[in-house]
Design a protein around this ligand. Structure first.
Ligand SMILES: *Cc1c(COP(=O)(O)O)cnc(C)c1O
Length: 377
């Protein structure tokens, strides 16, 4: 938790205690417009225009709302191309959207597969699928960084390839936002969503970020699930019968958002703004390269790294694959005070992040890892 988070949240509790409902207009940071405070900095983190970004709901909810607008299957074009071994929630969300539209997941879902023996999906592989089935693919929805392998996908290339075949292209940036230096506006995907409780340090269950490219703004033909918070701000409180969406990403909002969660997001975004994504990414690249170097130096045959060694094809995470899957080593790391992450069936994810990990941390980790390997395996 950022040290400053407590003060940011206490400020809103204090205003609530003293002002009650009037905090909507008279709080230090008026709650009515609190989410607007986040747009500029969040846009900076993902390389978007402020009008293209909104903070609302949670990630899976936003994936659904975005698919309501952007997954419009027809009998000819109903398939979704999605990530290799995706985070389960994405698979469930995609399958349920396919079924909701009356199609069969077995026929409409195409999961990316790694080339050859490794765990990495090549751009040529995606291109081949698009060549063969592109005119049946309604939407591509993949991760910015695959949560299991740590592979970072080329958002610009995939977007261009998808658009050339007439597909809508969206990204789940749960493991990319606050990790990679993104350029969503220029790279041009149609939509994206991410959570703020991973690299963005905004607390458990905190709100999600959402990107809708400018080219879709002001298009009232796009179907959407509507709510009053997406209604034109000038007339929202006239409580009229007809829904008139805000032209920008804010037009996808449903409800007035939770201020306490947004306060934690604001605390974190202020730190990201002060540090700057380019600086963070520069340090991150060095930290991960150092980690990779120290792991390889021991040349231990019990483990291998499945994440690409090319720094442009990964974020900070390295996925260490166990040759003989066994959680003993992971438990040992945890006992020694290392917060890593076990991913079934065989991967230990290690993600040194530039805001709070040092080169010394990496060195200590390597010593612990190799002591574990020597004593346990
Ligand atoms: C963390 C994560 C989620 C979690 O979704 P919530 O709706 O926030 O619980 C979904 N997808 C991916 C790729 C994730 O990494």
């Amino acid at each position: 938790m950022p040290v400053s988070t407590t003060d940011y949240v206490l400020q809103e509790l204090e205003d609530w205690k003293n002002l009650g409902v009037d905090g909507h207009f008279h709080a230090k940071n008026p709650w009515m417009t609190y989410h607007e405070l986040l747009a500029d900095q969040m846009a900076e983190v993902v390389g978007a225009l402020p009008s293209e970004v909104v903070v609302m709901n949670s990630l899976t909810v936003n994936l659904h709302l975005l698919m309501v607008s952007f997954y419009r299957p027809t009998n000819k074009r109903h398939k979704i191309l999605f990530d290799y071994s995706p985070f389960p929630s994405d698979r469930y969300a995609i399958a349920s959207q396919v079924k909701f539209h009356g199609f069969e997941p077995e026929e409409s879902m195409i999961e990316l597969k790694p080339d050859g023996d490794g765990e990495i999906v090549s751009i040529e592989n995606m291109q081949k699928i698009l060549e063969e089935q592109g005119d049946q693919i309604a939407m591509i929805l993949i991760g910015g960084v695959n949560y299991y392998t740590g592979q970072a996908y080329d958002i610009k290339k995939i977007t261009a390839m998808g658009h050339a075949k007439g597909c809508i292209v969206g990204f789940d940036l749960a493991h990319a936002a606050g990790n990679l230096q993104l350029q969503l506006h220029d790279d041009g995907p149609d939509f994206a969503a991410w959570c703020t409780y991973k690299y963005l340090n905004s607390g458990p269950g905190s709100l999600s970020g959402c990107f809708i490219h400018e080219r879709h703004h002001g298009n009232s033909d796009l179907p959407r699930f509507a709510g009053w918070w997406g209604h034109d701000k000038k007339t929202r409180f006239l409580m009229g019968d007809e829904f008139k969406p805000i032209d920008t990403a804010e037009g996808w909002q449903l409800s007035n958002p939770p201020v306490l969660s947004m306060a934690a997001i604001k605390a974190s975004l202020d730190i990201f703004a002060e540090a700057g994504m380019l600086n963070l990414r520069t340090k991150s690249t060095l930290l991960t390269a150092y980690l990779e170097y120290l792991i390889h130096q021991e040349n231990d045959t019990n483990i291998g790294i499945i994440t690409p060694s090319d720094p442009t094809q990964r974020g900070c995470q390295l996925s260490i694959q166990m040759k003989n899957p066994d959680k003993k080593l992971f438990h040992y790391l945890t006992e020694q005070g290392v917060i890593a992450d076990w991913r079934e069936p065989d991967v230990i994810r290690v993600a040194p992040t530039p805001l709070y990990n040092s080169f010394e941390d990496i060195w200590l980790f390597s010593k612990i890892l190799h002591a574990g390997l020597d004593t346990l395996l």
